[in-house]
Design a protein around this ligand. Structure first.
Ligand code: SF4
Length: 697
């Protein structure tokens, strides 16, 4: 194989939402090297995941044949070994597996109705796969019970943004940091989770921009910050309302902007009246002078940009946290211009696109509400069937409904709720209780361990499709290889299932799916497949063929019913579970630079797994001293819901009383410990805060 000629295929990175463009170097049936391309989001840069995280596709554990659970084999993770699928499953032909998969779902639909079925689509799949998946659930299953991992990452951000500014996506691209004077980052760790975006931010600081970082944990980018505010976890609203209080109190409000372009400012002024720096300093652990200085710095900037991540969104008050950020931008007029605005850093490489394409239970593609009769009628006419008028259940609600016997069958494509959901013992019981579970994936994931039928799918470099990055850029991923063995492309699998569930669809190829999408989604109406092939990257909204796309939103009106942005005040809501004498520490979960989410891909990528091979829990030296442990020692972490064991790693950036556990390790699954309390608006779980205890082993 080493002497075979090398071909090059231009595509995208399969990991984070930055959307780096890259080139695969292919020799024979293998990708042997990856290099960065000069794309608008990466300027030829790649991080360690993009550069070295590709060989998971050649891993011996790739699924290459459809699998059917053997008679009598329990649905459980006890003794589960993804390298030995035939212990639990038998191989089957596609005809047999598809017939069994579809028959099981159809029988449940006929006996109990469409609302007894649900589907989790994937933010790892393309826009076209997401669109076809939600269409299958809504027209083939017969309900709106379709969701995906956006529920676990930025659902609260989207809820607050839609309510406040009428659009759930970012207002300005990452590259706008070059036009900002001040960059404010809260609850995000871009150096680990959006490394190429972090490199643009570092460049901006080098060019003289001011960086303000706010986070309970001091991470790499804080080294570049002029102001680093290490606030107490769970005090986000106190901190942000305090900044708003200072801005109003010191006359730094942009009155013209507030009067001309917003509504409900008076309610905000009243709400934050009691949030003076002196009162909030002990609540958030930041001294009053620093709070004043930072508020002035942001408000007085000619252009200031806000970025946030899951440290903001994954709380029972996640929507409130984002309401505060929106208010901060609106009252200072820091929106609608270059170098300003609101940027929730999107996690997965296509979580923006999968959400836009309709993998959300309350909205059809392009955030068009399912409970609006006029909108529903338009989709019914296009799809040729009646649609359920009731919004569906969200991820955690679906698991609860499964355990309650209301959801009886599921299709899960490319997501791993047996690792990613909160309170995993509960979620795994729910998966085990399903009468019929079909999993479509590239590996025998922890979720596939509960499946009745497993359908071997295509990895990222094995298919064409469009993907939408955190900047709203629609970009092309291209196939470099064929799927191995009998594994098939996801679009083919979904269409086969749909056909067996009674749907007749006209799609010939990926371009055909995109064409139907653009006819139903005004935001991408101006992007056609040929244009995408030609231009590679087009930012939406893009309404016509001659529209270049709009990287910066809200220059004129907001896309709300009256064109104004709505300021929504937020009060203090405590975390669902606070530390006590029995569980005295706060657990914060998150990601590592080298591993991606539940680890299904990166832990099978040779270089990445070698860099971070074992479960670690990070803590301040004082916590280690109190426990009498040193770096590398093993500890057990307990919560009221479960326990895991991991190696101690010293992290001087952690505060006393808090520990950080990555959620990528199957053998120490962080979500065995987390709490499934939900934010009431975004229905996002509180992954960033629960009470735990530590024990030395
Ligand atoms: Fe991939 Fe994100 Fe790294 Fe870019 S920054 S190479 S998109 S993981």
């Amino acid at each position: 194989a080493t002497s075979a000629p090398t071909t090059q295929v231009d595509s995208l990175c399969p990991y984070c939402g930055v959307g780096c463009q890259l080139t695969y170097h292919v020799q024979g049936e293998k990708i042997v090297r990856v290099e960065g391309r000069d794309g608008p989001a990466n300027h030829a840069r790649l991080c360690v995941k993009g550069r070295f995280g590709f060989d998971y596709i050649h891993h011996p554990e790739r699924l290459t044949r459809p699998l059917i659970r053997r008679e009598g084999k329990p649905k459980s993770l006890d003794g589960f070994d993804p390298s030995r699928p035939l212990d639990v499953f038998r191989e089957a032909s596609w005809d047999e597996a598809l017939a069994l998969a579809a028959d099981g779902l159809r029988q449940i639909r006929e006996a109990h109705g469409g609302r007894s079925l649900a589907g989790f689509g994937s933010a790892k799949g393309s826009n076209e796969e997401a669109y076809v998946f939600q269409k299958l659930v809504r027209t083939g299953f017969g309900s709106n019970n379709v969701d995906h991992c956006t529920r676990l990452c930025h659902a609260s951000s989207v809820a607050a943004l839609l309510e406040g500014v009428g659009s759930g996506a970012v207002s300005n691209p990452v590259a706008d940091v070059a036009d900002a004077d001040v960059i404010l980052i809260i609850g995000a760790n871009p150096s680990a989770n959006h490394p190429v975006a972090a490199s643009f931010i570092k460049n901006a600081v080098k060019a003289g921009k001011t960086l303000i970082m706010m986070d309970p944990r001091r991470t790499d980018l804080a080294r570049h910050a002029r102001y680093f505010l290490q606030f107490r976890p769970d005090s986000d609203v106190a901190l942000l309302n305090c900044l708003i209080h200072v801005i109003i109190d010191e006359g730094l409000v942009d009155q013209h902007f507030v009067e001309q372009r917003t509504e409900d400012f008076a309610a905000l002024r009243e709400q934050v009246a009691d949030f003076s720096p002196e009162r909030m300093a002990p609540v958030c652990g930041i001294d009053a002078d620093t709070l004043r200085t930072v508020a002035r710095c942001y408000a007085r900037a000619n252009a200031a940009m806000i970025f946030w991540g899951m440290g903001v969104s994954q709380h029972v008050h996640g929507t409130d946290n984002v309401r505060c950020l929106i208010a901060l931008a609106l009252i200072t007029g820091q929106i609608g211009r270059p170098g300003t605005g609101l940027h929730p850093l999107r996690g997965q490489n296509n979580v923006q696109g999968a959400s836009d394409a309709g993998l959300i239970p309350m909205v059809l593609p392009d955030y068009q509400r399912v409970d609006d009769p006029a909108i529903r009628a338009r989709f019914e006419a296009a799809w040729g069937c009646a649609l359920d008028p009731v919004p569906g259940l969200t991820v955690v609600e679906i698991m609860d409904a499964a355990l309650a016997g209301q959801i009886r069958g599921m299709l899960i494509m490319g997501e791993n709720p047996a690792m990613s959901d909160p309170d995993l013992n509960h979620a795994r019981q729910a998966l085990a209780s399903l009468e019929h579970l079909v999993v479509q994936d590239i590996f025998l994931t922890e979720t596939a361990a509960f499946a009745d039928v497993v359908l071997p799918a295509s990895a990222f470099p094995e298919k064409d499709g469009s993907f939408t990055n955190t900047d709203r850029r629609v970009q092309l991923g291209r196939a470099a290889l064929k799927p191995p063995g009998d594994a098939r492309q996801d679009l083919w699998i979904l269409q086969q299932l749909a056909m067996r569930m009674g749907c007749q669809w006209p799609f010939q190829d990926t371009a055909g799916v995109f064409d139907e999408m653009r006819r139903l989604m005004p935001s991408i109406a101006g992007i056609d497949w040929q244009r995408l092939l030609r231009e590679e990257s087009i930012t939406y909204p893009c309404h016509s063929a001659d529209d270049p796309g709009q990287p910066i939103l809200f220059s004129d009106d907001f896309p709300t019913s009256n064109g104004r942005a709505r300021i929504v005040p937020a009060g203090l809501v405590p975390a669902a579970e606070r530390p006590d004498t029995e569980y005295p520490l706060v657990l914060i979960t998150g990601r590592l630079l080298e591993h991606w989410h539940t680890g299904a891909m990166t832990r099978r990528a040779t270089v990445l797994d070698a860099l971070e091979p074992d479960p670690v829990v990070m803590m301040a030296p004082s916590v280690m001293a109190g426990l009498g442990v040193g770096p590398g020692d093993m500890v057990r972490l307990y919560s009221r819901r479960g326990q895991v064991e991991a190696q101690v790693r010293v992290d001087a950036g952690m505060r006393e009383g808090e520990v950080f556990l990555p959620f990528c390790y199957r053998e120490a699954a962080a979500n065995l410990l987390t709490h499934d309390a939900l934010d009431p608006w975004g229905k996002i779980p509180e992954f960033k805060y629960c009470a735990v205890q530590l024990e030395a082993l």
